[in-house]
Design a protein around this ligand. Structure first.
Ligand code: DON
Length: 305
């Protein structure tokens, strides 16, 4: 496995030249565009394998949408959550606003920005600090890494430049989808997007999802089987944004990308996979990462279909 991963990173590194770093959050431009790494956790024997840049920290960005969905579902139950957000792919960019007005009042799914702002607003907690602590604690347990924290510089950069998210949130407030204090919800959303992880952390999180919501290393239940099933399903249909269909055909495993360059992927009952490659394609997914996953899926026959 180790050799296979090294070969796949070497072979696909060239694609990073064709990608671009996310620039709409200025602090993300500090990443090294050439970086590419993959980390795999085999849940059957808890063995870990990696190649490339797997200890480089980057922000979780949209992969936090998976965490927000898990906590919102666990706190509220599926009926309450899906009363506020649909589960249909959009075919639009991740921060598109158009569907909110012309198609349906509810956001299309929890993996686009509008939907994630809603799931974040549904997270329980007496104070905003408590809600963030619950998100951080979840990620720390799911990655087996106590050091997980918010990157303050990226959080501030997001907050300063987050007008598109602000407009999505205020629009949803105006039609009653989003309740409560919009600025507080957005602040929590910006913070959750700015949590720092590595490819290794993502692979461990993927292993928990592959293992039906239970940590393979300590048998701790982090979510119900039902929540895990729903989350995996929505990752397949919506996790790679408007490239989800193509990704399902080419790779065929539940996955979620972020503009920080991470991809969280999970092969049910087999592997958790974490990718880091900050050079993105036109749709905002790690360009080298997608190629590595495609090759890995072909080599090991990972497609669930
Ligand atoms: O809200 C945003 O736009 C970012 N914090 C997250 C977007 C993102 O990661 C989309 N991913 N491909």
């Amino acid at each position: 496995m180790k050799n296979l991963l090294v070969n796949l990173v070497d072979k696909n590194k060239k694609y990073t030249e064709e990608g671009f770093l996310a620039s709409y959050i200025p602090a993300l431009l500090k990443a090294n565009k050439d970086d590419l790494g993959i980390y795999v956790v085999d849940i059957k024997n808890n063995e870990e394998y990696w190649a490339g840049e797997c200890d480089v920290k980057f922000t979780i960005q949209s992969i936090s949408k998976v965490v927000g969905l898990i906590i919102a579902l666990s706190d509220n139950g599926r009926d309450a959550v899906f009363k506020k957000v649909n589960v249909e792919p959009t075919g639009m960019g991740f921060n598109s606003i158009v569907n909110l007005e012309i198609r349906d009042e509810k956001p299309y799914n929890p993996m686009i920005n509008a939907g994630a702002i809603v799931t974040t607003s549904l997270i329980y907690g007496e104070t905003e600090e408590r809600k963030l602590e619950r998100i951080l604690n979840f990620i720390r347990r799911a990655t087996n890494n106590e050091d997980i924290n918010v990157n303050q510089e990226i959080y501030e950069s997001e907050k300063e430049t987050g007008d598109r998210n602000r407009s999505l949130a205020y629009f949803m407030k105006s039609n009653g989808i989003l309740e409560g204090n919009v600025e507080e919800v957005l602040d929590l959303y910006f913070k959750q997007c700015s949590i720092e992880v590595t490819a290794k952390d993502l692979a461990r999180f993927g292993a928990v999802i592959a293992n039906d919501g239970i940590t393979p290393w300590g048998n701790e239940v982090l979510m119900s089987r039902e929540v895990c099933r729903i989350v995996k399903t929505i990752m397949v249909t919506c996790g790679m944004y408007d490239a989800s269909g193509e990704f399902a055909v080419q790779v065929g495993i539940p996955a979620k990308s972020g503009v920080g360059g991470g991809i969280l992927a999970t092969v049910p009952r087999r592997y958790g996979i974490g990718i880091y490659g900050p050079a993105l394609d036109q749709k905002g997914n790690s360009i080298g990462g997608i190629h590595v996953l495609k090759n890995l899926s072909e080599e090991l026959e990972l497609s669930i279909f």
